[in-house]
Design a protein around this ligand. Structure first.
Ligand code: MN3
Length: 203
């Protein structure tokens, strides 16, 4: 884990983070490795590659790879989205310009991101993505289950987990409160780094 389990208190409590990392995320890794056991030809592939090339994955494990590679890739990214030390600041530089252009400002972006996460029905993720084909245009999107934006060619800059396991012990049914509180721990340095990187990354 990148930081102590209590490090994101009070916004994400220690028990939630412990279970989320050690049980949920670890379970996806275990299940991904189990699914790959019978297919050594895939052992060299990254979880990102597997997730974005499901049509090349054998039929008998495709569903397991889809769910568990997605779970591993998304959670690995999600932990980096938060920081106990630099969290809660605001974007700077070119990312501010892009947010002003595409959302009308940082506050408008946050409000739209919260609404998207709150309105999403069921288990999934809410993302800020960058369009590689469209001059780096920013967009908010949601994905179901453990789907990832790169499966549809969108480059992820920021993600929040809106599965109930991410917030239910502390926030119960109040997903909106979790989404609102989450800004206090967002690691904008990492988001900015990803934005700078967005034109260069290929899976
Ligand atoms: Mn999760």
């Amino acid at each position: 884990m990148l930081y102590d389990y209590a490090a994101l208190e009070p916004h994400i409590d220690k028990r939630t983070l412990t279970l989320h990392h050690d049980k949920h995320h670890a379970g996806y890794v275990t299940n991904l490795n189990a699914a790959l056991e019978k297919h050594p030809e895939l052992h060299e592939r990254t979880a990102e590659w597997l997730l974005c090339n499901l049509s090349q994955v054998p039929n008998d494990i495709r569903s397991a790879i889809h769910h568990n590679a997605g779970g591993h890739v998304n959670h690995s990214l999600f932990w980096q989205m938060m920081s106990p030390t630099t969290g809660g600041s605001a974007p700077t530089g070119l990312l501010v310009d892009a947010m002003n252009r595409d959302f009308g400002g940082f506050e408008q972006f946050k409000a739209s991101f919260e609404v998207a996460g709150e309105k999403f029905f069921g288990s999934g993720w809410v993302w800020l993505v960058c369009e590689q084909k469209n001059g780096g245009q920013l967009q908010i999107m949601t994905t179901a289950g453990h789907d990832h934006p790169m499966m549809k060619g969108h480059f992820p800059l920021l993600v929040n987990d809106v599965w109930e396991h991410a917030y239910y012990l502390k926030y119960e049914n109040r997903r909106a409160d979790y989404l609102h509180a989450w800004w206090s721990i967002v690691n904008w340095e990492e988001v900015i780094r990803r934005f700078k990187d967005s034109g260069l990354r290929q899976l």
